[in-house]
Design a binder for this molecule. Structure first.
Ligand code: PEP
Ligand code: MG
Length: 548
């Protein structure tokens, strides 16, 4: 048995076989399309490579076994003109790499199979995706990895947001990253799902696929091929941990009112609409941040207005009258979306991202705004803009919202113009918060980016850990000022960055008069417990005319 130390990104205990993520994800935007001839040649060569891999695999499997039969089918697919010809056609049109063309055509065919009535044909859609990915990996020159298909502990150096959302939730028993940071989106998504997770497991060896790994994300330890005594010990830790969780469940239905009288809304951050059930199980009093970009990530084309509308309306109706803050698209930096065809940038965290993309592509932005306005007729929806640095951006968005409202009226579609708020996640917005507050209905402080931009510390870079102070006084001061300015202007102020669940800061946030703390669902009840037992005194109570 080998054991080691790591940092806890999400608490819990898990024991399962390892699924090692070898490639760093096919980052399509990094693969620049060459000439048509070059991409076609690369594609034909990739098909040959995939076929040789499959032949070697079949030879290594027991003849007539089910696994061998499935691989035989994959080998046939890797020669099927129905799958391959559309790729050749796409490449022939120019401007697309062999990798992107294979994934696009494969996904389209898989979708077609999924929509067929015959369950056998529907099930083939996963095989088509698998073969397409094998060929795409060969074209990209990265090692192919089959999809996660059984409950496992995911082990990787690090995970991109699109890789993390690409795994089926029911198969993720735990996550262990050799690197990673607390505020990276992989860690945030793990917390949203409540998956026991460790980061900075720097000593964890490679080549663990299939081995049993025990994750003790209560004490920050892991065990490779744990012995029976360790497993017994972990079971005891898990029993105690479960008991603590059970005690917290007794807080469901209670309002989070601090002994000083200050009331805080304890809300949930969610990525996908599927996470709302887990958030409700943890008694969220609303959703303080729905990261709408996860509707866009991990797919090959934009979600339609209808698709977005359905997703927002589903969450709003599940919340049954509780508020839902939908943050408009925040891609860019680590959240990649290849089909946006964004140019490669020297400093993507400071680049064309979030609202900047939306305002540069208003036609695209309006699809999202229209879907949010339509969903607002189905529940208590609020619209929130990320990465704001100026009042003009808010005004431009409001003008687009007006256009959407007029169009929807003319089309006879039901809609409501939702209240508009902004994230305070750039130092510029925090410094200007007194002015910005007059233009919007609420603020939500995004401490993950506020920290990164105020302290000039890349939130993705684990090497900066020694310089990273999670309670940096400059950031705390910006939060305080923002809260004061919000209440002076009579508007509501929340925090939706990861600092919102930091137990050391709860008292301070009560003092600052923060109205809402929005955290990963698994952390809501522990936060409520701290608020109910706080010794702090609120110094910045919300004015009585401020509603939300
Ligand atoms: C933040 O920056 O604090 C935030 C909540 O947004 P994200 O983590 O998605 O950038
Ligand atoms: Mg942010």
């Amino acid at each position: 048995m080998v054991e080691g130390k790591a940092r806890i990104a999400c608490s819990g205990i898990a024991v399962a076989p390892v699924f090692e993520v070898k490639d760093a994800g096919l980052e399509l935007e990094k693969i620049i399309a060459g000439s048509v001839e070059r991409e076609l040649a690369a594609f034909e060569q990739a098909v040959d490579v995939a076929r040789s891999q499959l032949t070697a695999l079949i030879d290594s499997l027991p003849a007539d076994s089910e696994a061998a039969e499935i691989m035989e089918m994959h080998l046939m697919m890797a020669d099927d003109p129905d799958l391959l010809d559309p790729v050749r056609k796409l490449i022939g049109n120019g401007g697309i790499s062999a990798v992107a063309a294979m994934l696009k055509a494969g996904t389209e065919q898989a979708e077609e199979f999924k929509s067929l009535d015959d369950p056998y044909m529907q099930a083939r859609s996963a095989d088509i995706l698998d073969v397409s990915r094998r060929i795409a990996c060969a074209a990209a020159g990265v090692e192919y990895q089959p999809a996660l298909s059984a409950r496992s502990i995911i082990v990787a150096d690090d995970l991109t947001p699109s890789q993390t959302v690409g795994f089926k939730r029911e198969f993720i028993a735990g996550i262990v990253l050799r690197h990673g940071t607390m505020n990276s989106h992989a860690a945030i998504l793990a917390r949203n799902m409540g998956v026991p997770s460790l980061i900075e497991a720097t000593e964890l060896a490679a080549g663990l696929s299939g081995k049993i790994l025990a994750v003790d994300a209560v004490n920050g330890r892991y065990y490779v091929e744990p012995d029976n005594e360790t497993l017994r010990h972990l079971q005891e830790i898990k029993n105690d941990w479960d008991k603590e969780q059970l005690k917290l469940l007794a807080l469901r239905g209670k309002e989070a009112i601090a002994p000083c009288g200050h009331r805080i809304l304890t809300a949930a951050n969610i990525g996908s609409p599927d996470e709302i059930e887990f958030a409700l199980d943890n008694d969220c009093e609303g959703v303080g941040l729905m990261r709408s970009e996860f509707l866009f990530i991990g797919r090959d084309d934009y979600p339609s207005e209808e698709e977005q509308y359905q997703a927002y309306a589903r969450v709003a109706s599940a919340l049954n009258g509780r508020p839902l803050i939908i943050r408009t698209l925040d891609i860019g930096a680590d959240k990649k979306c290849p089909y946006f065809n964004l140019p490669a940038e020297e400093n993507p965290a400071l680049g064309l991202r979030a609202l900047r993309i939306c305002l540069t592509r208003p036609e695209l932005f309006k699809i999202q705004l229209r879907s949010i306005c339509r969903a607002a007729a189905r529940g208590k929806i609020r619209l929130m803009l990320p990465m704001v640095i100026s009042i003009t951006e808010i005004q431009k968005t409001k003008a687009l919202l007006q256009e959407c409202a007029q169009e929807l009226s003319l089309e006879g579609k039901e809609y409501v113009l939702p209240p508009v708020g902004i994230m305070i996640e750039t130092p510029a917005a925090a410094v200007l918060s007194a002015t910005l507050a007059k233009e919007v209905d609420f603020f939500s402080i995004g401490t993950n980016d506020l920290m990164q931009y105020t302290c000039a510390i890349d939130r993705q870079n684990p090497r900066l850990e020694p310089f990273y102070d999670p309670h940096h006084p400059a950031v705390l001061e910006l939060i305080r000022q923002t809260a004061v300015n919000a209440h002076q202007a009579g508007i509501f102020v929340g925090i939706c960055g990861e600092m919102a669940s930091d137990p050391v800061l709860t008292d301070l946030f009560i003092e600052f008069g923060i109205d809402e703390l929005s955290v990963s669902p698994s952390r809501i009840l522990a936060l409520r417990h701290r608020i109910l037992n706080s010794h702090a005194h609120c110094l910045n109570e919300r004015p009585s005319n401020c509603n939300f």
